[in-house]
Design a protein around this ligand. Sequence first.
Ligand SMILES: Nc1ncnc2c1ncn2[C@@H]1O[C@H](COP(=O)(O)OP(=O)(O)O)[C@@H](O)[C@H]1O
Ligand SMILES: [Mg+2]
Length: 514
Amino acid sequence: MSVKVTSGVLAGIDGLMVDVEVDMHGGVGHFDIVGLPEASVRESRVRVTSALRQLGHRITSRWITVNLAPADLRKTGSLYDLPIAVGVLACMDEIPTRSTDGKMFVGELSLDGELRPVPGVLPMAAAAIKAGIGEILVPVENAREAAVVSGIRTVAIRDLTSLIRYLAGDLSIEPTVSSPPDTTHIQMPDLADVRGQAHVKRALEIAAAGRHNLLMIGPPGCGKTMLARRIVSILPPMTYGESLETSRIYSVAGLLRHRGGLVTDRPFRTPHHRASSASIVGGGPNPRPGEVSLAHNGVLFMDELPEWKREVLEVLRQPLEERVVTISRVRYGLSFPADFLLIAAMNPCRCGYLGDSRHECSCTTTEIARYRSRVSGPLLDRIDLQVEVSPVPFRELSAATGRGTSGEAAERVLAAAKIQADRFKGSAVLFNGRMDSPGVRRNCAVPPEAETLLEHSMDRLGLSARALDRILKVARTIADLDLCERIRTEHVAEAIQYRMLDRLKGQFPQAFPA
Ligand SMILES: Nc1ncnc2c1ncn2[C@@H]1O[C@H](COP(=O)(O)OP(=O)(O)O)[C@@H](O)[C@H]1O
Ligand SMILES: [Mg+2]
């Protein structure tokens, strides 16, 4: 007897259909899984055998072959436990024939037949709809993420016993409906908590408005981390499309069920500087999205930038440039979206106190140079805003609250985003920070007076042509925040202020090897 049960497979953040064909007859004990299964899939034999034994079915004396089609797609994970068990049960007439038609099955089994959650249920549900499948049966813990996808019935299954009763029509299970988490009551940290630091708040606003990557440079304890955390409070709310796309990534990473089935707030990821490149960009034998993808449509915060491993900074270049991570495999390649805003922080030198009026810096010029050179040029090249953060004087720190709330800043950011949406209508670029050189030429004309100012600064700071482009992009965003169609000289003058490293280079040329 042979039976076909529908399941899925992941390719990046997309789901594809898989047919689980189970062939069973009596006789010698044999249980084989074919169709490019990795070791994790072959382990299904053990769990399925044990789970069925709990129901009183001994399958050790049967000849069972499972084929996962198409055979040219590599299958990993424990999600085939459920469709294999269903196939075996159907072969034994424990489940009515045809009761599995038009249904997709994914889930891991415990040895006693309970269902356990698996990653990637959201994209698989989305793929099922495209294939004309009307119902997806998933472990209870995955039900909310499958239910986010409209147009398919999500049935949450607790264990094999209830599944059999459900398929036989002896048990009715209400389909799960999507109920995204209500986060409205959660108080996000607000910019008003930060005393002083007006120019850093301004830089955060510019970063959020034009999606310019930002580097904060300042001594320990001056509020860099505190400021960075508050940027999500001024970014525009996620659109449904953004929310769904980020949710797919979290689903594949196995993190969506902890997020109530849908990511509705922009992610703020804070990986540690000792993180490996695999954990940052993703990959591994069972490809998982890395931190840059978990930050998709949100923020990646890299603290202590010079402490990061060189190889990690190196692999960051692709996502920063292309907003996607591609993972190559021998047989196929796959990609994860990775469109994030980078906020980085660093001390100005190894001891941290260079330029701090309250402490003596104990670093030698060589030490400063070595410290700085760890942040590679190519990475700095992708950071439009560099700001100095100085400790706030005690007088200001003891004030009741800081000036400027996140709400006010968010309104200005939203207005600037609308202007950019009009400007870039029909193009792949949506924000000033993402313009290429021709885009800068087209959109960033400046008055003659500003030309003179730029020329003067280039000479004084030794700015490259690329640095000039970055100043112009930032000036464009400042003008947008000002609701000005034309960039004015004052906008350019402000943009030049956000080149802290270039100014330091002027002050300490020895510290910056060419
Ligand atoms: N401008 C500020 N306004 C209010 N609190 C501040 C400010 N700067 C620093 N702090 C306090 O000091 C703590 C340390 O700041 P933190 O952001 O961790 O500094 P850094 O990341 O620069 O080392 C914060 O948690 C906050 O309590
Ligand atoms: Mg910090």
